[in-house]
Design a protein around this ligand. Structure first.
Ligand SMILES: Cc1cc2nc3c(=O)[nH]c(=O)nc-3n(C[C@H](O)[C@H](O)[C@H](O)COP(=O)(O)O)c2cc1C
Length: 287
């Protein structure tokens, strides 16, 4: 059974998360819940604590905070929860919390903890239809996707504000299915090491001119990301020409998509990388 972390922000649909918690708990999962301060206006943390058996985290600094205790125990709640997450969900995700996550603003428990996780992240936006279509929201969602987060498109229908349109939180049974698919997907390539190459080599003719090809590296990037999502330990060797490799924070152990990356220029460099990595890998894919 899995450690499921749920962040609840102050969308009107927050009360529906009680049903989601109930369903997931019934399957034997451990639920660790955090909320934004404003979400307390909609759903009671006490009620959630009774259901999950764990404290609900809202504030980064508790009233009885003591730095001496932290230094002694070497444990900080928002980091510990991020570490233990098998999946990290924000539901409902308000336009505001989506924007803060997209910008890397870490000013509350959820937005700080999410930066510290390397688990899969599922964002379930829910808001008024005009807020959903606003270019700022759409831009922020695209940014979250580029980090490797998965976004559930809201459902359409009657909204709490009295209009009809897109913005409803999907049925909690549909969210539960999505969570289950992410959790089971992670097991498919568990224990496998996958090496993917992407993009074209660049052979210099002289200091100015080169011979190369039109390979973009996009297919290799997509394969590397998918292999990672399916649980593999992935190394992606990409051309220096490849646009937007999987993660901007490459090769750092705390990067979000933890895909090891190397870049090559010439075919000789590529050959050296492949030979050095090949024997450690279960699968080699060249794109
Ligand atoms: C009654 C009510 C319902 C709201 N519902 C939503 C909503 O469904 N989605 C949303 O993005 N914001 C909604 N808001 C606005 C957010 O609560 C507001 O932007 C808040 O600052 C978000 O803070 P948080 O992201 O820290 O929870 C609602 C506000 C009120 C007063």
């Amino acid at each position: 059974m899995s450690n499921i972390v749920i962040g609840i922000s102050s969308g009107i649909a927050a009360f529906k998360i009680l049903d989601l918690i109930r369903l997931l708990k019934k399957d034997g999962h451990s639920l660790h819940v955090m909320m934004t301060e404003k979400a307390q206006n909609i759903v009671s943390p006490k009620r959630i604590e009774e259901m999950t058996g764990y404290p609900v985290f809202i504030n980064l600094f508790e009233d009885n905070f003591s730095y001496e205790q932290i230094l002694k125990g070497k444990k900080i709640d928002h980091i510990e929860i991020a570490k233990k997450a098998d999946i990290f969900i924000i539901a409902p995700a308000t336009a505001n919390t989506i924007a803060r996550c997209a910008c890397g603003i870490a000013d509350d428990f959820i937005t700080t903890s999410i930066l510290a996780t390397i688990s899969p992240v599922l964002i379930c936006p829910s808001m008024n239809d005009k807020m959903w279509y606003h270019p700022a929201t759409q831009h922020n969602l695209k940014t979250l996707e580029s980090y490797g987060y998965e976004i559930m498109t809201p459902a359409s229908g009657s909204l709490a504000c009295g209009t009809d349109g897109i913005g409803r939180l999907p049925d909690v049974k549909v969210i539960k299915k999505y969570i289950e698919s992410i959790l089971s997907r992670k097991k498919l390539l568990e224990g496998k090491r996958v090496l993917v190459t992407g993009g074209g080599t660049i052979e210099p003719i002289d200091d100015v001119r080169v011979i190369t090809n039109r390979s973009s590296g996009k297919m290799g990037k997509a394969l590397a990301e998918m292999a990672y999502r399916y649980g593999a330990d992935v190394t992606f060797i990409h051309s220096k020409n490849t646009p937007n490799p999987p993660n901007r924070r490459v090769n750092t152990p705390i990067s979000y998509l933890y895909i090891k990356q190397f870049s090559f220029s010439t075919s000789d460099e590529l050959k050296i990388f492949i030979l050095s990595q090949q024997e450690k890998s279960s699968t080699v894919s060249k794109r």
